[in-house]
Design a protein around this ligand. Structure first.
Ligand code: SF4
Ligand code: SF4
Length: 342
């Protein structure tokens, strides 16, 4: 009888991975932070709408939802060397997320973004219900993926065509001062068209993994381009790989992890779902150049260090809050719905 020593069955899990538990913890913490910011901002806005004095202060973190203002302010800072007065938090937040992308690939999308988190749980719910998600034909997938870059190009063109004086005039105009209130009002008073579009996107996200993020999100497109500079990447060790293709099947970005040696794609979320499902010890990992492995807890700590580093610097240096007086908010917030783009 022939005996094969040390031969382990293919496809059986040989290792324990905690990357997804750590990532879920980070995603949940960031989602709770965003819900808290949203609730506080809503209380702040409603108080002024009702002619009352708010019992809470305005949370500057809400400016994370003003990416265009963040880009404008980043350009203003690059042109003048001055930190802008209005919505400086938007600039610090987009800068923090760009640095995160350069260091940790598109981990903003895969670990932090609340929309990415909701999107992920929609497709996972779809997979639980229907036992699978849909994959679009490659020609359609590639074509749709380019849409987010087209949208990003339009935004970059709009911001790129503004000089520092125009940026300042825009952000300090009544419209610019309450741009965050207008964003909130967009979701509070959804038009029928917007509600239908959001419903369609959510429905599509149940079937197609990360539909919004993959095809339409210009913010994710920007983070993806920044991530091309990242030294961190998923690496496969062919000698240890047992060619089971579980990694490729698990990858929410549809990357061919099972045949590539390194994943350099701008679509890689750094989510480590591929690493989590790989059954072969040492076959797949997140690493720096020269194969220095990076553990999931190190990614989580790195994300926290960059995020709190930027926020902490902005707060300590007095550049976190927009210097808008209660009198100005009392005048502008009740009228915010009427303001048109200047
Ligand atoms: S290659 Fe791995 S880390 Fe990158 S998106 Fe796919 S599953 Fe996530
Ligand atoms: S790297 Fe991918 S194909 Fe290779 S063993 Fe791991 S999951 Fe299977």
């Amino acid at each position: 009888m022939e005996v094969v020593a040390n031969k382990k069955p293919y496809g059986k899990r040989l290792r324990i991975d905690n990357s997804q538990a750590i990532r879920l913890g980070v995603q949940t913490a960031f989602l709770i932070l965003n819900l808290w910011i949203g609730a506080q901002f809503l209380l702040f806005v409603r108080a002024y709408e009702q002619g009352l004095t708010p019992s809470v202060s305005r949370p500057p973190g809400v400016e994370g939802y003003l990416p265009i203002a963040g880009l404008m302010n980043l350009k203003y800072w690059l042109l003048t060397g001055d930190i802008p007065l209005m919505h400086p938090a938007a600039m610090f937040l987009i800068a923090a997320f760009l640095v995160i992308s350069v260091l940790f690939r598109k981990a903003f999308c895969g670990w932090l973004c609340p929309v990415g988190t909701l999107s992920e749980y929609l497709w996972k719910a779809g997979r639980s219900m229907f036992r699978r998600n849909c994959s679009l034909p490659r020609w359609l997938d590639v074509g749709l993926r380019s849409l987010k870059y087209v949208l990003l190009g339009l935004f970059l063109y709009a911001v790129g065509s503004m000089g520092s004086i125009a940026i300042r005039a825009f952000l300090e105009s009544p419209y610019g001062v309450v741009a965050d209130v207008k964003m909130l009002n967009f979701f509070r008073y959804l038009s029928v068209t917007s509600a239908v579009v959001i419903a369609v996107l959510m429905f599509a996200s149940i079937f197609v993994r990360n539909f919004w993020c993959r095809y339409l999100c210009p913010y994710g497109a920007l983070m993806g381009l920044a991530s091309l500079l990242s030294p961190l990447r998923i690496r496969r060790v062919p000698d240890k790989c047992i060619d089971c293709a579980k990694c490729a099947k698990a990858c929410p970005s549809g990357l061919k992890v099972d045949v590539l040696i390194q994943i350099r794609s701008a679509e890689c979320l750094g989510c480590m779902e591929c690493v989590a499902v790989c059954p072969a010890e040492g076959a797949l990992h997140m690493s720096l150049p020269r194969n220095h492995r990076v553990a999931p807890w190190a990614v989580a700590c790195g994300l926290a260090a960059v995020f709190f580093g930027f926020v902490g610097y902005a707060r300590l240096s007095g550049h976190w809050d927009s210097p808008v007086s209660p009198e100005v908010y009392r005048t502008l917030i009740p009228q915010a719905r009427e303001f048109e783009h200047p």
